[in-house]
Design a protein around this ligand. Structure first.
Ligand SMILES: Nc1nc2c(ncn2[C@@H]2O[C@H](COP(=O)(O)OP(=O)(O)O)[C@@H](O)[C@H]2O)c(=O)[nH]1
Ligand SMILES: [Mg+2]
Ligand SMILES: [Zn+2]
Length: 243
């Protein structure tokens, strides 16, 4: 397990980490493999549950502050009239985001991971027991803000959706390639701020495609509403595929 973030993902372990933990690299690799195998088992159970209910499940991943919760509340306001929606919120501490979602009137459940830096499939399975999402609903899972290890943990979702905001710099896809490789869709958020920044949109899109040639990309602003219709259409199309 990674001695820095404790997440069990397959980070490159330096000898320094091994020394800190007092574990040999071989032993650490074995622990990582066990953690990921256990997670995959629960993810498969979740996926069965979602398939039986014809649910669309999206795992939203990004660094903290990219606008996941804002985008979710705006999306919910636009979809809730004709779509059943539920939300699972992941954060290390507080229920602030679940409260923001609950204000829209859709069921939301907060998972606090404490020191944990990603959501795991087993916790999602337990959350489903109390959330009881409806058949044919859309379930959004807002992962813990972290562009690294949530990429390695399958929660049983149909797609990982990575949100990158233009204030973060255009080079993030090549700095955190695992996440952009694992995602099927990238939402480039906060484009309302582009006039004030020297963010190179074309370069960013090229970096994302370099890491993942199949990634779809939508440029939007949760604040101004620009691009939200395209995102809604994408969700509706994915939902139709679950039926
Ligand atoms: N200008 C601008 N600000 C945004 C946009 N989306 C989110 N924000 C702001 O970014 C900050 C972080 O948003 P939040 O939704 O909490 O991000 P999260 O940590 O990814 O859930 C808040 O101050 C939001 O108001 C956007 O499209 N444009
Ligand atoms: Mg949030
Ligand atoms: Zn982690």
């Amino acid at each position: 397990m990674c001695g820095v973030c404790g997440c069990g993902d397959q980070h490159q372990h330096s000898p320094k980490h091994s020394h800190i933990l007092g574990l040999s690299p071989t032993r650490m690799v074995k622990i990582e493999q066990d953690i990921l195998a256990k997670n995959n088992h629960y993810a498969a159970e979740n996926r069965r549950y979602f398939t039986e209910r014809q649910m669309l499940v999206l795992n939203l991943v990004s660094s903290p502050g990219s606008g996941k919760t804002t985008l979710l509340t705006e999306t919910i306001e636009r979809l809730k009239a004709d779509t059943e929606i539920a939300v699972i919120e992941g954060d290390q501490q507080t229920s602030r985001d679940a409260e923001r979602i609950s204000a829209t009137g859709v069921p939301a459940l907060q998972i606090n991971t404490g020191k944990g830096c990603h959501l795991e499939a087993q916790r999602i399975g337990l959350a489903l027991d109390s959330l009881q999402p409806k058949a044919q609903s859309v379930l959004f899972i807002e992962n813990v803000g972290n562009l690294v290890c949530p990429s390695g943990f399958d929660l049983g979702e149909a797609h990982k959706v990575v949100i990158l905001s233009v204030t973060e710099g255009e080079d993030k896809p090549i700095k955190y390639p695992d996440m952009f490789h694992a995602a099927n869709l990238m939402l480039l958020n906060k484009i309302d701020l582009l006039p004030y920044l020297d963010f190179d949109v074309e370069q960013c899109l090229a970096y994302a495609k370099q890491v993942n040639p199949n990634i779809e990309i939508i440029q939007l602003s949760a604040k101004s509403g620009q691009g939200l219709e395209e995102w809604q259409t994408w969700i509706k199309n994915q939902q139709a595929l679950q039926a």
